[in-house]
Structures are given as C-alpha cells and as structure tokens.
Design a protein around this ligand. Structure first.
Ligand SMILES: Cc1cc2nc3c(=O)[nH]c(=O)nc-3n(C[C@H](O)[C@H](O)[C@H](O)COP(=O)(O)O)c2cc1C
Length: 543
C-alpha cells in the first residue's frame, strides 16, 4: 500500500513542480506537496507506529479523527438518551434550569418505559397542591453529641477539590451556595481562600493526606485542624474513607502540580510529590475511627462530624456499626457514594468495576443503621449521578435524607462533558489550572447559574412531592418507587430491599438470614473480616 501512496505523493510533487515552473505565482504548491512527501518519508522510516509505516501520511487521519471523535459524537451523533457518562437529556436539563429557560419537554418521554431497569415514582389520587408543600425542605444534621447542628438543603455541592477544579469554579460554586442556601464540600484538597471569599456554607473534607491539618510527616495535626474547624463558614467536617469512582485507591499530587499556592493550602512542601495513602494514619480499626470522630467533635467544638465512603465489603460497614455500639460514638452523618460517581481522574478499572453502585450501597447502609438501632442519630447523604429531581426523590425514598451532586453542579457552571478533567485542558475552565482557560469562567455569572439550577431542581422536587400527596421529603419511603425488573415483573423498592426491624442486628440471631454471614464477618476491632470465609461456611453448614 505504501508504494501506491508514494507513487501518488511523488506524482503530485512532480505535477505541482511543473505547474510552478510554468506559472511562477504557484511557487507555493510544490512547497506543500514536497512537505507532505517528506512527512510520508518520515512516517515510513519511523518505528513507533506500524500503521504509519504501512500507510505513510494518510495513517495520520486516525489520530486526527480520534481527537475530534468526542466532538462529532456529542454535537452530531448523540441522541437525547445517549452520551456517557451523563446523557444529553440530563446535561440539557441542568443547562435549562441553570439559565432559567424553558425546562419542559414536548411530545412525551424519550425514555423506553418497557426496558428492564426503568424506574418511576407512584403519584397519588390525593395529590396536594404545590403550595401545600414546604418549598425549602431542609434537614437538620447533628446527633445527640453535636453542639452545633447544621440545617442543610436536600441538594448540595459534592466534594470536589481545588486542584481538580479551577479557582474560578470553586468560587462560582461557593457563591452559588451562598445565594441558594446550600453547602459546598471542599473535597480532600483542603480548605482554600477560594472557599471562603463568598460566604457559602462549607463542609470541610479531610482525606488521608490531611491537607490543611497535617504534620510535616503527613500525620493528623490537631492544632491546625482546630484552627480551621473553628471558622464560622465551616459547618460540618467529613472524613473521607473512599469515593465511588476510585475506592481504596490512594492518590499522588505530582511535583509539577505542587505549586507554591497549592503547597501552602495543603500544608506540604512545594515542588515535591505528595502521597495520599489509601487508608488513614489516624486510625486503623473501626473502634479507633469512632474515637477519631469523637476527637474531631471535641476539637471542632461540637460541629457535625461524618464520613464518606463507597461500600466495598458489607462486613466492613457492619464492623463500623458494631464499633458505634461498642463505643457509644456515632457520626452525625454518613455520605454514601456510588460506584457510578465522578472524579477528576481515576484508573479505568476503578471507575468501572470497583465498589457498590449507589442504589444497593444506600439500601444496605440504611438497613445496617436501622438494624443496629442508630439510624435516628445519623443522617444519610447520597451521591452518584443525582442530577434531576426524580433522582433526588428516588434516593430520599430509598433511604437518604439529603443528596450531593458533583457533575450536576459542574454542568451548572458551564462544564460541557468534554472529558478532559485529567489533561488540564478543560475548554470551559471548570476543571483546569490553566489561567488562560479558567479566566473565561465568570464567577458572578456562573454563581447565579448554579443557584438557579439548585432552586429549580428543588422546586421540581417539591412538585413531585405534591403529586405523591406528601408535604415533606421525610414522608418518602421505599414503597414509593417502582422498578421494571424484567418484561413481566414490576417490583417496589420495599420488595427489592425489604425493610429491617429496628435493632434486629444487635443480636445476630434476630437479623434476617441474608445479613447473618456479613454480621459474622464483622468485628469492631478490625476492618478486615474477622473470620475466614471457610470458617463461616463451616459454621453455617453445621447450623
Ligand atoms: C472533578 C471531581 C473531583 C472530585 N473530587 C473529590 C474529592 O476530592 N473528594 C471526594 O470525596 N470526592 C470527589 N469527587 C467525587 C464527588 O464528590 C462525588 O462523590 C461523585 O462525583 C458522585 O457524584 P456525581 O455523580 O454527582 O458526580 C470528585 C468528583 C469530580 C467530578
């Protein structure tokens, strides 16, 4: 094939050379064809790409088309319901709500209601008028040991660090949170001046790197924590155990990204690699974690303390519950993140195939807290592809008290899902540290957008509530949501995830059989399964 290509290239070069000799104004033609011939010769001699050796010059089309593929897909080929990870339909509703433009749909649903997995909420013949429903539903977070409970919106900005997001994006989200009365979670990158400039409520997330509250050798620093936790903007503190998109995976901030500004914010030395280990140094067992929660509670003068996790092994969460019972210490909130959750950058296998998806994780964690009789002390926050009011209502029905959204909020400030968060080339300036790109993101303008998106989504939630005949989100439960399991079978969430008798897990024998194996594995003094599976199998067989 390359002989054919070279015949053409040489032929074109000779032809254009002849033309240029005949008409002197065309001198540039042989320059171009000669240049292309040289590229072809280079391609055929290099050794990195066999495609280019076999198809010199024209093989380059592959890379050019690959580069443009996402644009062609998004702008020309995508249907309303396609587009990954977030479909066009859901991106569009965020843009419409954020801009305050028409957010109704014409002519009926684009969703296939007969497809397995289709879900819906049942309305009621005793629907309420929208005016009868609380238009600003809020949830108070803070168990019996909390001295400064926080009244949270039912939809908030999920954890996203400065570093993953640009400073303008952080400021726009924060100002939007202040305008709309919801909170912004800092992400594990720490609390920055950009989180504090505009007066939005803050949930300060503390990851394994303890950024902003770390000693020189990377341990937890009580004094630094105390100082920041006392800031009035900091309403709650979240210990990050894991996130759905890359659970159990530590992180590394490479030296070149560790600028003096980031180093100062994170409390590290600029220009060095900074490691976030996969686990915490401040505790290594569930009991120790409970004591750490208590320590943070005391150091923060009683602000709500919680933790975020993606569910890995069920027994590990049950071990945490057992530790709560043993120590009498409970967190004020738990954020459950689903495997479908977003991230700035993660290994493919972690994003695709590690950790429980939100639905099963949320149901299990809600059940476990009920089973151990501590559910009334702890608020549950759900995150993982929560963008529309139905997704809010669905998760509240399943077991959550409130929700966080990361990518929904990113769309509200202009993200176009260009899938470039990990390359520092985000064209909308949302997820980049390149000043040339983020200076295009207008903080004031985008803060209004994010506040409007929030307001309209809450109104849509209120609308759905009124149609179900309920005046408050707390009245939602698993009986409200239906799922098409297959062509013949429709099941309600309470059939798929049967409710648990409160307190029934405290004694293993009274727990439903499907939980007993996991309860046996769980031990308050270790996150790891206490018994080997072989032992458990032996025991269960002999029962
Ligand atoms: C750009 C980006 C950065 C993130 N950074 C963090 C982080 O620092 N800490 C964390 O716990 N989760 C982080 N997440 C995960 C989100 O907080 C959230 O759990 C997840 O994206 C699920 O929500 P979504 O589907 O609404 O995006 C990040 C997500 C994105 C998209």
């Amino acid at each position: 094939m390359r002989h054919v290509i070279f015949s053409y290239l040489i032929g074109i070069f000779v032809l254009t050379l002849g033309l240029a000799l005949w008409l002197s104004g065309l001198w540039w033609l042989p320059l171009i064809s000669g240049g292309l011939l040289c590229v072809g010769i280079y391609d055929s001699m290099q050794h990195r790409h066999s495609l280019l050796v076999n198809f010199p010059l024209i093989g380059r089309m592959r890379w050019i088309i690959e580069d443009f593929r996402p644009f062609f897909q998004q702008y020309l080929l995508e249907t309303e319901t396609s587009g990954r990870p977030i479909s066009r339909m859901f991106r569009s509703i965020v843009y419409q709500r954020a801009k305050g433009s028409v957010d109704s749909v014409p002519f009926g649903t684009q969703v296939d209601t007969y497809k397995s997995g289709y879900e819906w909420i049942g309305h009621s013949l005793s629907a309420l008028s929208v005016d009868e429903v609380d238009h600003n539903p809020r949830i108070t977070i803070g168990g019996p040991d909390c001295k400064q409970p926080y009244s949270a919106s039912i939809l908030n900005v999920s954890a996203m660090s400065f570093g993953a997001l640009s400073k303008n994006a952080v400021m726009a989200l924060n100002k939007g949170a202040a305008l709309g009365g919801f909170y912004q979670n800092t992400g594990e990158g720490g609390l920055t001046p950009y989180h504090l400039e505009n007066g939005g409520d803050i949930v300060w997330q503390i990851g394994t790197g303890y950024f902003g509250c770390r000693t020189k050798d990377g341990n937890f620093n009580e004094l630094a924590f105390q100082e920041k936790a006392a800031l009035p903007a900091v309403k709650m503190i979240e210990i990050k155990l894991s996130q759905g998109a890359k659970p159990g995976h530590g992180g590394i901030l490479p030296a070149h990204k560790n600028t003096p500004e980031i180093a100062e914010i994170r409390g590290v030395t600029a220009g060095e690699d900074v490691i976030s280990p996969p686990t915490h140094k401040a505790f290594s067992t569930p009991v120790e974690m409970c004591h750490f929660i208590q320590k943070l509670r005391e150091l923060s003068d009683g602000k709500p303390i919680g933790f975020k996790l993606a569910l890995g092994r069920k027994s590990e969460f049950l071990a945490i519950c057992k530790a709560m019972i043993e120590t009498g210490i409970t967190p004020d909130f738990i954020t459950v993140d689903g495997g479908e959750g977003g991230t700035g950058a993660a290994p493919l296998e972690y994003s695709n195939s590690i950790g429980f998806p939100l639905r099963e994780a949320l149901a299990f964690i809600d059940d476990a807290l009920v089973g151990f009789g501590v559910r009334d002390r702890i608020k549950l926050i759900a995150s993982g592809k929560i963008i529309t009011a139905f997704q809010v209502v669905k998760n509240l029905s399943l077991g959550a008290d409130l929700c966080n959204s990361a990518r929904g909020m990113m769309f509200a400030i202009g993200c176009v899902q260009s899938l470039s968060c990990n390359t520092n080339t985000c064209p909308t300036g949302v997820a980049t540290q390149d000043p040339k790109l983020y200076k295009g993101l207008d903080v004031n303008h985008k803060s209004t957008r994010v506040a409007t998106f929030h307001k309209k989504t809450i109104l849509a939630t209120v609308d759905i509530l009124s149609s179900t005949g309920h005046g408050s989100t707390e009245q939602l439960n698993r009986t409200h949501i239906f799922r098409r399991v297959d062509q013949q079978t429709i099941m309600r969430y309470d059939e798929l995830f049967p409710l648990i008798e409160p307190g029934s897990f405290i004694n293993e024998e009274t727990a439903p059989k499907r939980y007993q194996l996991h309860l046996k594995e769980a031990c308050a003094s270790t996150f790891k399964p206490a018994n080997t599976l072989a032992e458990i199998n032996h025991e269960t067989q002999s029962v």
